[in-house]
Write a protein that binds this ligand. Structure first.
Ligand SMILES: [Zn+2]
Length: 178
């Protein structure tokens, strides 16, 4: 794919450094005022092309993915049970679990142990909900997505790379629903 054909949006914001986002499956440049996007595009060309390939692959597979129908209560029950199981296993304590609609992630966990779960997880297969919970509890040990963090995650889910990719596929599917 030629760089000239890459579709992207530019958003100028009061940020210090330029960054690239793929949160919705579309390439977005978040740039400090006055920054030239061509420069960034050229500099990160191979990374961008790799990302685009990954996203196209996700979108291609997205309609084949199984969707589970759950009630809100069923989601809560399953999240509570996975949270209890894995926090015990990892020897970590969660303070509260909240459920709400989130625009950019499946879940988050504060350093105080407050787990917030995106209501969109409701239609995910159970093993992916379990993975999301485990991943977030892992952040109580390590905040960043570094080697230490993936080391913790791989102890529970050694196929985490595949699961992360599946979550991308579902993300695009659920966020492109009409
Ligand atoms: Zn994470």
């Amino acid at each position: 794919m030629e760089l000239d054909n890459i579709a992207y949006r530019v958003s100028y914001r009061g940020v210090k450094y330029p960054r690239l986002e793929f949160k919705t499956g579309e390439l977005l440049f978040v740039l400090p005022y006055g920054y030239n996007s061509d420069e960034l595009l050229k500099k990160h060309k191979s990374w961008i092309l790799r990302k685009i390939e990954f996203i196209e692959d996700c979108l291609k597979n997205s309609s084949a993915k199984e969707i589970i129908e759950r009630t809100d209560k069923e989601l809560r029950d399953i999240v509570y049970s996975f949270a209890a199981k894995h926090s015990k296993e990892l020897g970590l304590k969660l303070s509260n679990i909240y459920f709400r609609e989130m625009r950019t992630k499946w879940a988050s966990c504060s350093s105080k142990g407050n787990l917030t779960v995106n209501m969109l997880t409701k239609d995910l297969p159970a093993h992916l909900i379990e993975y999301v919970i485990f991943h977030e509890i892992g952040h109580l040990v390590e905040r960043k997505h570094n080697d230490k963090f993936w080391g913790i995650v791989s102890k529970g889910f050694n196929n985490y790379q595949e699961l992360e990719k599946d979550l991308f596929v579902y993300w695009f599917r659920f966020n492109n629903r009409v």
